[in-house]
Ligand binder design. Structure first.
Ligand SMILES: [Zn+2]
Ligand SMILES: [Zn+2]
Length: 236
């Protein structure tokens, strides 16, 4: 199984190729379909080799080129049911910031949400529980990992790779930045989803922004967050 990072704007899309098919995870910013075509030509796969597009969550930087790429590949699109209407309406609702700067951006983002609109797409598969990728030529599954958004999903592969969208970040070089996302719809949910990823036996995290990193960094960040939460409870 091969995982190719396909940079489509500010976001990493990932193309995962098994023996009998490929699955694309996310579709980048708007207007990146030519870049996508160039990438698959370079990798040496045909559009029809891509059997499914998985949307980790409906944010403009993950679904911007989705409609155009879906047309190129002619394959189904899977998204969590909780974000299906956002995808069909081309809407973005910026989640609250988890730090002061991001909180400001989130507020402005609310006013600018039309600027972040994208071409609507009617999804073919609405995800709810665990979803197997076997029928699409790949060992692995999609699980619901809410927190960054209500319908965020992750792809788990048998080699321990977890493709998590914006559930975790790695945007500073040399692993110096936090893995904590700057935006989160629900922080306790986010921490539960981190736990779910760790419990799945993941060894390498493939984030939507930045290069892959070892899962022990996520575990360390989770332990730190839970410790702060426990300390908080001691002070009323
Ligand atoms: Zn993103
Ligand atoms: Zn996002």
């Amino acid at each position: 199984m091969n995982i190719f990072s396909v940079r489509l704007g500010i976001n990493n899309a990932y193309l995962v190729c098994g023996q009998s098919g490929c699955v694309l995870v996310d579709a980048g910013n708007a207007g990146r379909e030519r870049k996508f075509q160039g990438c698959i030509d370079k990798i040496g796969i045909k559009p029809e080799d891509i059997k499914l597009i998985v949307v980790t969550h409906v944010h403009y930087d993950h679904v911007g080129s989705l409609r155009a790429i879906k047309q190129i590949c002619g394959c189904p699109v899977a998204v969590h049911g909780a974000e299906s209407s956002l995808l069909q309406n081309g809407e973005v609702t910026p989640p609250p910031g988890t730090n002061a700067i991001a909180a400001g951006i989130s507020r402005i983002g609310g006013y600018l949400s039309r600027r972040f609109a994208f071409a609507p797409v009617k999804p073919d598969i609405l995800l709810a529980g665990e979803f197997s990728l076997e029928p699409f030529g790949l060992s692995g599954s999609i699980i619901h990992t809410p927190g960054h958004t209500i319908g965020s999903c992750s792809v788990l592969l048998p080699g321990g790779e977890a493709l998590v969208g914006d559930l975790a970040f790695n945007y500073l070089p040399l692993g110096l930045g936090p893995v904590y996302p700057p935006f989160a719809w629900d922080v306790p949910e986010l921490l539960r989803s981190w736990q779910k990823i760790i419990d799945s036996g993941a060894t390498v995290i493939y984030p939507g922004h930045g290069p892959p990193f070892p899962a022990h960094r996520l575990k360390r960040a989770l332990n730190r967050a839970l410790k702060i939460k426990a300390e908080d409870k001691k002070h009323c």
